[in-house]
Ligand binder design. Structure first.
Ligand code: PLP
Ligand code: COI
Length: 342
């Protein structure tokens, strides 16, 4: 077994801990260079770089896990590559080819193997691929040079308190316009959510429930995760919308619900009005995994989920155990879901 770093894995939060190596590739004169690993955790770019002036940047988020039998694996990196491709196209950025993306993930995680938290520690290695316009633009137009990087950082739970159910509020700010950029992982979507999340925290809420901007009647997502609901007759329901991020965790959970747990699943529009009738609610994403929601507050009106404020609902728990079981190698994964690093 590989020697692991001396880190207090069980007490890690969701923060940045630099690791030994990161991947860097540069795009210039219409082509990507070969890329390489570097120990340099800093970036030096023009003061007029496209990313600094016009926020031309997008990113991805995924995790590496140590399995029960001591292998290091990642979960569906091909889907992160595909989603980054759609982000790049929407932002007029060059695509980093899918096979090269997956190879670079493997190379970067392998080089930081000592930082992949041990099996059972409760922590994982978060992987952050990102790209930005690196040369000068002053008129509003795309940059002509770009940098693609991947760094890793060991993380614990995204929400403090681990599996304690969250209290969220219906948010009066919009996250994404109907034909905007909500469906891609653009940095700009997160910049504009900062005021809303700080405001939510100041009012005592853990997260925001964003509604559809056009009618403000339908549930979209939070600032960093998709919603998952369970009906009283045990059906799994997730909101369908063109302006939410197509979460890889959510798409995987729908397969898990159907094929592993034999549950009925529905991906459809979900109205705020019907949320009071659900039995369970969770936030799903790479960082959130599945974080249970206990209470949703709509301008003073409290919607208390029957699953309560002390633990995950029973179906949410089954989904959580099955998904993490697949990721940590306790359960057999569907074909192609697990990419073994070493
Ligand atoms: N929604 C938003 C806005 C996100 O930032 C994320 C995180 O990546 C997700 C949903 C969850 O997506 P995934 O499951 O692919 O991590
Ligand atoms: C992720 O889940 O990977 C994300 O990027 C969400 C982010 C808010 C940390």
């Amino acid at each position: 077994m590989m020697e692991k770093k001396n880190i207090d894995w069980a007490n890690l939060g969701f923060g940045y801990v630099p690791t030994d190596k990161r991947f860097v590739a540069n795009y210039k004169d219409g082509a990507w260079d070969d890329g390489c690993l570097t120990s340099d955790a800093t970036v030096q770019i023009s003061e007029c770089a496209g990313v600094l002036q016009y926020a031309q940047t997008c990113f991805e988020g995924m995790k590496a896990y140590t399995t029960e039998d001591g292998r290091i694996v990642t979960f569906r990196p091909d889907l992160n590559a595909e989603r980054m491709e759609s982000s790049c196209k929407r932002l007029e950025m060059p695509v980093f080819p899918k096979d090269r993306f997956v190879d670079a993930i493997v190379e970067t995680v392998a080089a930081n193997g000592a930082y992949v938290p041990p099996y059972g520690s409760g922590a994982t290695l978060y992987i952050r691929p990102f790209m930005f316009g690196s040369d000068a633009v002053i008129g509003v137009k795309p940059a002509s040079e770009y940098q693609f990087r991947i760094f890793t950082t060991p993380v614990g739970p995204y929400f403090k308190g681990g599996v304690k159910p969250l209290t969220i509020r219906v948010c009066d700010y919009d996250r994404a316009a109907p034909h905007g950029t909500g469906h891609i992982k653009a940095g700009l979507n997160y910049a504009m959510s900062l005021y809303a999340i700080m405001d939510a925290h100041r009012q005592g809420f853990d997260e925001n429930m964003y509604l559809d901007a056009a009618t403000r009647t339908k549930v979209e997502e939070t600032g960093g995760a998709n919603f998952l609901f369970v009906t009283k007759d045990n059906k799994v329901v997730t909101p369908k919308s063109n302006s939410i991020l197509p979460s890889i965790t959510r798409r995987s959970l729908l397969v898990v619900a159907k094929d592993y747990l034999g549950l009925e699943v529905e991906e459809r529009e979900v109205y705020l009005d019907e949320v009071k009738d659900f039995a369970e609610c969770g936030l799903c994403g790479t960082a959130a995994v599945i974080s249970p929601v206990g209470k949703i507050v709509d301008h003073g009106r409290e919607i208390c989920l029957p699953s309560g404020m002390t633990e995950m609902g029973p179906t949410t728990k089954k989904l959580y155990d099955t998904l993490t079981g697949i990721q940590m190698g306790r359960l057999e994964a569907p074909e192609g879901w697990i990419k073994v690093i070493k």
